[in-house]
Design a protein around this ligand. Structure first.
Ligand code: GDP
Length: 536
């Protein structure tokens, strides 16, 4: 390690791209993921992403929920090499009930690829996810999918994206026709047209290319569809600003590409754009200081924990985003929160979705560390430095349930199961200051069902999930300058019937109505109420 040249670190960082695909369910995220893997050579046969989904259903009980609802509950990490880059693609659960998990995954990426169904335009889940990216100034690339269908006019779509998402859109390609008459795309940068032909078998480098956007052949072959597209392009180029890298990197401008994922069309261009335009890992803020990716010492942050990914092993994997340095298998790591030392020998990476033993990793990479509760969401790992990365969000739940075990002899298992599921972020668990029933908090109804199902199948506990009267939660703190701890204690004692502690013992006030919150804020001016908790 001592001889590690900083130029090696530099070049490893520079060739990394870490991103997630954000989209509304059914826009084509799975299909596009599959095709990206296919074009990067990570897998030979398209269809294996779906196949894996299917085999997981077959081997994992709780995944039945996913099957039943046809949604993607779990998210995963895929690594591929393309050109001279190492690309880490983080999958995000599509269903809105799992958006909390998704938000945390989005803290681990440097860019996002937004997939839009050209027929449906901007849909609710896209909007919500994009807001998270915007809040973090994550650069966004836009892929408008399903041009082989009857879809909205491209100008309408572009307008909708600009208006709804509040960012300017710069088309890099423009479609000629759509549906049955989809002819291909005009590549505005390369001054050529790529001709569409349907079919999954083809690789995109086989696309027929017609050089020159003013080439008379285009009008001959594509007639009015070409004329219309050419007119639109002229209009768009006059009206919209040129591509500006700074604006893109700040998340204020998005390059837009058109294609059809299922037909392998436009996929390679997106992959090239990721390599050419998406940023390499940058610096990350910690409470103490800003950490640079090519610093020699290793640091990383846990952004996701998943229990029992493989039911045969009943393991628990902490997903860690490397923030700096060079990770090597067997190195000693410090869990800053607890001061505990960790020497993971079985760290895994996720090369083309097979879990493989990992030898080394650099900033931007995601590593998986199997552990038994040593690692929690938001944990920072270092070679010894006391450092706490910030920015991993926990959202105040919007739905609550009380939970009770059917068989009192299994209370211990219930607590153990809930602790683990809570640490994983599948649900938030609250212990009321007064009273003994545990409370569950979620942002979506489906989370309760998943938790009940997993409690039963993974921990052997039949839990009774019952209504609770709360609808609003706020974490409470009080600044030291204002008499800090004493005032907070006074608040908690005075509201014991509606204060609960979360998984890290942070106090939270639970209310029935948002209106109560306003009254409470007036009565307790020194107490701060937070809808978001950022780190452990
Ligand atoms: P996800 O829910 O976003 O992961 O979406 P999927 O990738 O599972 O796709 C949803 C549906 O759209 C599937 O039936 C796909 O076959 C279909 N689909 C995906 N891409 C295209 C496309 O380019 N054209 C058409 N016509 N259908 C597509």
């Amino acid at each position: 390690m001592a001889t590690e040249t900083s130029s090696r670190l530099d070049s490893e960082v520079r060739r990394r791209r870490t991103f997630a695909i954000i989209s509304h369910p059914d826009a084509g995220k799975t299909t596009l993921t599959e095709k990206l893997l296919l074009f990067s050579g990570a897998i030979q046969i398209a269809g294996s992403v779906k196949a894996r989904k299917a085999s997981r259903h077959a081997t994992s009980d709780w995944m039945e929920i996913e099957k039943q609802r046809g949604i993607s509950v779990a998210s995963s990490v895929m690594q591929m090499e393309y050109r001279d880059c190492v690309i880490n693609l983080l999958d995000t659960p599509g269903h809105q009930d799992f958006s909390e998990d998704t938000y945390r995954v989005l803290t681990a990426v440097d860019a996002a690829l937004m997939v839009i169904d050209a027929a449906n335009g901007v849909e609710p889940q896209t909007r919500r996810l994009l807001q998270v990216c915007r809040a973090r100034n994550t650069p966004i690339l836009t892929f408008v999918n399903k041009m082989d269908r009857e879809v909205q006019a491209p100008l309408t779509l572009m307008d909708e994206i600009e208006r709804e998402l509040g960012m300017s859109v710069v088309p890099f390609t423009w479609p000629v026709g759509m549906g049955k008459f989809f002819g291909g795309v005009l590549d505005l940068g390369k001054d050529q047209m790529r001709v569409f032909s349907p079919g999954e078998e083809r690789a995109t480098q086989d696309d027929e290319i017609i050089h020159g956007l003013a080439n008379p052949v285009l009008e001959e072959r594509f007639g009015s569809a070409y004329m219309e597209a050419a007119g639109e392009v002229e209009l768009v180029q006059e009206a919209s600003p040129p591509f500006d890298e700074t604006e893109f990197l700040a998340g204020r401008q998005t390059p837009m590409f058109f294609g059809s994922a299922i037909n392998n069309f436009g996929v390679r261009e997106v992959l090239d754009a990721l390599v050419d335009m998406a940023p390499a890992p940058g610096s990350r803020p910690a409470l103490q200081r800003e950490v640079q990716p090519a610093e020699p010492k290793f640091t990383g942050v846990v952004f996701k924990i998943q229990a029992n990914m493989d039911p045969a092993h009943r393991d628990r994997i902490a997903f860690l985003r490397v923030a700096s340095g060079h990770f090597e298998r067997g190195m000693r790591l410090k869990v800053v929160r607890s001061g505990k030392e960790l020497r993971p020998n079985t760290v895994v990476s996720f090369l083309s979705q097979r879990r493989e033993l990992l030898e080394e990793a650099f900033a931007g990479d995601i590593i998986g560390i199997p552990n038994h509760g040593v690692l929690q969401l938001g944990d920072t790992l270092t070679e010894g430095e006391s450092l706490q990365f910030t920015g991993l969000p926990f959202f105040a739940p919007e739905m609550f349930r009380a939970v009770e075990v059917a068989d009192p002899l299994r209370t211990k298992q219930l607590r153990a199961g809930l602790t683990q599921l809570g640490e994983e972020g599948a649900i938030q668990v609250f212990r009321p200051v007064a009273g003994s029933l545990l409370l569950l908090g979620a942002v979506g109804q489906l989370q309760f069902e998943v938790v009940a199902h997993r409690l039963e199948h993974e921990y052997g506990v039949k839990a009774r999930i019952m209504p609770a009267r709360y609808n609003v939660a706020r974490w409470v703190t009080c600044d030291d300058a204002d008499g800090g701890e004493r005032e907070l204690k006074r608040f908690i004692d005075g509201n014991a019937h509606r204060v609960a502690l979360d998984a890290v013992d942070a106090p939270c006030v639970l209310l029935e109505y948002a209106g109560e919150l306003r009254a409470m804020q007036e009565n307790w001016p020194k107490i701060k109420f937070h809808a978001l908790r950022e780190h452990a």
